[in-house]
Design a binder for this molecule. Structure first.
Ligand code: HAM
Length: 433
């Protein structure tokens, strides 16, 4: 069948049968974040394009190649003349909201989490989408190795709850602070300049715009050059070194396993100090990232805040769910239908209508098979939706003012007086039977 419309390239639908995975992941994230004192925040899906140009950074691929601009069809200019972009990540929006709503006056640090869709014009393939979902947490307003290690503990606990503890490696590095980053850049430029011709074209231009990014280029010839360079730990200042050592010490104390990756730099411009990434062990080249984050102690100053340190993390929910499915990790899939109403005959249909109105009003999940008339076809439909109870109303039940209540999991049944039905179901459903 040739259809007139399809979902956009790289923008998958999330079908009903997959919702249980999304519920599973978001419930774990919500539960764990709340246990660590994080509050949930909701943010606009589109924001001032400048927020991302300044924050995510003009040197990042996200801003240069992947961001979507939001435009109205009308030629009429908007009253504010602001250009808008679909959010490619949460961090700039959260930083903006923190400042805009005066969260500096709350006890610091402020801990916020969010999840939802983000948009990047990536080359669509498995695990790489143009609309994908992130869960994201940020700790704003303080800097301490304890904060970094506790955030990493939270991240570790989330992956453990998801059943992915043995499937991931937490890689960590420190890329220096405002004080030492200019020096690091200078030294990297002088080391890379003589090797320029051996680097890939992207890295050749990156030497001058963002030399740190050369360190995590996936190109083989760049990699072989990078591995001859001194490690970042040898470039960073004494304060950063001490901060890094303390963070690792706390991680050891918390028994959070990690790998040091001296070449780990991230593809977003705002990072400083601690950076980390959750790598998928199934990928021998360690290119698949199931999450990543780090400190961004200079970002809020770019938005008009003062010296406000912050750290955060985001994970790709689509990738995590693909992993859970590949590993066939069991996720809870509770039946959503409490009561399935089966009716045979015109009078039973009317009673069924009244029961639907009654029970939905009382917040039970009620279903029926409109258009199906036989008992067997309706029972089949009840089984398909994994209903907990089926109420069967035939001519006899109409005359007797009764209903047959069939327990669909145990395949037992009782005949209940209509007047007693609500009480009976209340007890059964609330006892979890
Ligand atoms: P990011 O590394 O750009 O960081 O993205 C985080 C995660 O989103 C990645 O590790 C990956 O799992 C997922 N992801 C990225 N691109 C795609 C894609 N095209 N399709 C599917 N999944 C994808 C950030 O976004 C930062 N905001 C993280 C952060 C928060 N840093 C500080 N606070």
């Amino acid at each position: 069948m040739k259809l007139n419309f399809q979902s956009p390239k790289g923008v998958p639908d999330i079908l009903p049968q997959d919702q249980k995975y999304w519920d599973f992941v978001s419930n774990i994230v919500q539960k764990r974040c709340q246990a660590f004192g994080f509050d949930k925040i909701g943010l606009p899906i589109f924001e001032d394009i400048g927020l991302f140009q300044k924050g995510t950074g003009i040197n990042s691929d996200i801003v240069q190649k992947e961001m979507y601009e939001v435009k109205r069809l009308s030629d009429e200019p908007d009253e504010d003349h602001i250009r808008y972009a679909l959010r490619p990540e949460f961090t700039p929006g959260i930083a903006r909201a923190y400042l805009e709503h005066g969260m500096q006056i709350r006890p610091q640090p402020v801990k916020l989490f969010a999840y939802g869709p983000v948009f990047r014009h990536d080359k669509p393939q498995k695990g790489r989408y143009r609309q994908f979902y992130q869960f994201n947490m940020e700790v704003l307003g303080a800097k301490d190795p304890l904060i970094d290690s506790l955030l990493l503990l939270l991240i570790w606990q989330i992956y453990a709850d998801l059943g992915l503890k043995n499937e991931i490696t937490l890689e960590i590095n420190n890329i220096g602070c405002k004080k030492c980053q200019p020096k690091i850049r200078k030294e990297l430029i002088s080391l890379l300049e003589p090797l320029e011709s051996k680097l890939c074209p992207t890295c050749q231009s990156r030497i001058y715009t963002n030399p740190l990014r050369v360190l995590d280029c996936k190109n083989k010839s760049c990699q072989s050059i990078v591995h001859t360079l001194p490690h970042l730990i040898d470039f960073i200042c004494a304060d950063c070194k001490k901060y890094f050592m303390n963070t690792l010490e706390y991680l050891d104390e918390l028994k959070v396993p990690y790998d040091l990756n001296p070449f780990l730099v991230r593809g977003i411009d705002y990072y400083t100090s601690t950076t980390f990434e959750v790598k998928d062990n199934a990928d021998p080249n360690k290119l698949t990232s199931l999450g990543g984050g780090g400190r961004y102690d200079n970002l809020l100053a770019l938005y008009g805040g003062h010296d406000i340190a912050a750290i955060g993390f985001a994970a790709g929910m689509d990738r995590i769910i693909e992993k859970i499915k590949t590993l066939e990790i069991k996720v809870p899939s509770e039946s959503k239908t409490d009561i399935f109403i089966i009716q045979i005959g015109a009078k039973a249909k009317k009673l069924a209508l009244n029961l639907i109105a009654d029970f939905t009003q009382k917040n039970y999940a009620v279903s029926c098979a409109v258009g199906k008339d036989t008992l067997s076809s309706q029972l089949k439909a009840a089984n398909k939706v994994k209903a907990k109870y089926a109420l069967i109303i035939g001519q006899r039940e109409i005359i007797d003012k009764t209903v047959i209540v069939k327990n669909m999991t145990e395949a037992t049944q009782d005949t209940i007086e209509l007047a007693e039905l609500e009480k009976y179901l209340n007890i059964k459903l609330n006892a979890g039977n």
